[in-house]
Design a protein around this ligand. Structure first.
Ligand code: ADP
Length: 387
């Protein structure tokens, strides 16, 4: 299991997306051998990881065979069935974060229940069993409401904003077959924030500065680090929430807490137990990136410093464009490099599909507004939105 060349432990990551790919960059620096269990040999991380196994995260046999070559198993998504995780642990596999923590990100209803039990402020919500539950909730909290599926949602998929009882009833008839559903108040937030924390298997914890995230149609498009003008009391509160949730749920690895800032207080929207889009800025903008920190944490190693590396960092996601020339990266990438030699370009080796996250841009500098403009301009150019 141990890397026969270096003697260092081997980390296995289930899922071959861009999070695993960027974890590989951090693993290279630490000299750690990373293995990846990917759906296909051309997944984003499979392309850059020699120790890739192709297999399904839904197959216990594939997971067990993969785990046999690793000292510790971790994830780039939360979709491994819980019964498989429990079986792996029973078979002696070290799984981090473990099956005691992961159910709270696999099922948003369980997450809401657990956060409520911990006394963490969340939007008003209730489980929807029948259409009347929706109409009663809407009458009480006002329309529109927010309807969410408990499982399987991401990037705004599985989130709807019905504006009336009729719309909600039609929506429910359409989606109810897809699994459990809940409804929550639509929060009229000033902005969205994210508090990123890492907890090592030793129990050591470190938080990064709280960031502002910008969502467009449910997809994260920009991150500003640190969150401009954030009240110090709210920043501390967000970090306290992240620390206490990480501790209470016995999280090992990186966890993101997504928050709404509303009227001088915070509400938690959701959790992610893995490196997160709101932490990509840490590669250049913090002393330790979330990817390196995740490795340190799951290995039970001391954590790195999380302070800012520059005054401020802006990140803009590069989404696949939809124009006729959308996949012409060969032409656009050199243009971006020429336009802004100080911008950090990350592309994930993914094919272009409209709306798909294919990369991100980071700009570090003194002025957050200028960084944001530069990151946006470069991302737009890569997406084919301006010339
Ligand atoms: P996903 O798992 O798809 O990221 P989220 O629950 O984070 O789903 O919702 C996606 C986005 O939808 C959020 O980032 C936010 O912009 C918006 N949203 C979600 N819940 C609410 C809410 N209760 N009130 C207002 N906006 C919301």
């Amino acid at each position: 299991m141990t890397d026969p060349i270096t003697g260092l432990p081997v980390v296995g990551i289930v899922g071959g997306g861009q999070l695993a790919r960027m974890t590989q960059q951090a693993a290279i620096a630490l000299g750690v051998r990373l293995r990846v269990l990917a759906d296909t040999a051309h997944d984003s991380a499979a392309l850059v990881t020699p120790f890739t196994s192709v297999g399904s995260h839904r197959s216990y046999e594939d997971l067990a065979a993969f785990a046999a070559g690793c000292d510790v198993l971790t994830f780039d998504h939360e979709h491994v069935p819980l019964e498989h995780l429990l079986r792996l642990v029973a078979a002696g596999v070290v799984v981090r974060p473990g099956p005691n923590a992961l159910p709270f990100v696999q099922d948003k209803i369980r997450m809401r229940e657990r956060l409520g039990a911990l006394g963490v402020p969340v939007p008003a919500w209730t489980v929807v069993g029948q259409p009347a539950d929706l109409t009663t909730f809407g009458a009480e909290h006002g329309w529109p409401v927010v309807v969410k599926t408990a499982t399987g949602g991401y990037d705004g998929k599985g989130v709807w904003f019905p504006a009336s009882a009729e719309e909600a009833t039609t929506l429910l008839a359409r989606i109810a077959a897809g699994g459990k559903v809940y409804v929550e108040e639509r929060v009229d937030f000033q902005r969205e924030l994210s508090a990123l924390v890492a907890r090592s298997a030793t129990g050591e914890m470190r938080v990064w500065p709280v960031v502002e995230t910008v969502q467009t149609n449910g997809v994260c498009t920009e991150v500003l680090a640190p969150a401009p003008g954030l009240d110090a009391r709210l920043a501390a509160e967000a970090q306290t929430i992240a620390n206490s949730v990480a501790e209470d749920l016995d999280v090992v690895g990186v966890m993101a807490v997504e928050l709404f800032e509303v009227g001088g207080r915070l509400l938690v929207n959701e959790l992610a137990m893995r490196p997160h889009n709101s932490g990509h800025w840490t590669i250049e903008g913090a002393r330790t990136s979330q990817f390196e920190q995740h490795l340190r944490a799951v290995l039970g190693w001391p954590l790195g410093e999380t302070s800012l590396a520059g005054r401020a960092t802006a990140m803009a996601n590069v989404l696949g464009g939809s124009g006729p020339d959308a996949d012409n990266l060969a032409c656009r990438l050199p243009q971006v490099l020429a336009l802004d030699p100080g911008a950090h370009v990350h592309l994930y080796g993914k094919g272009v599909r409209a709306g798909r996250k294919i990369g991100h841009i980071c700009v570090v500098g003194d002025d957050i507004a200028a960084n944001r403009r530069r990151a946006r301009t470069a991302a737009d150019l890569l997406q084919g939105e301006t010339q």
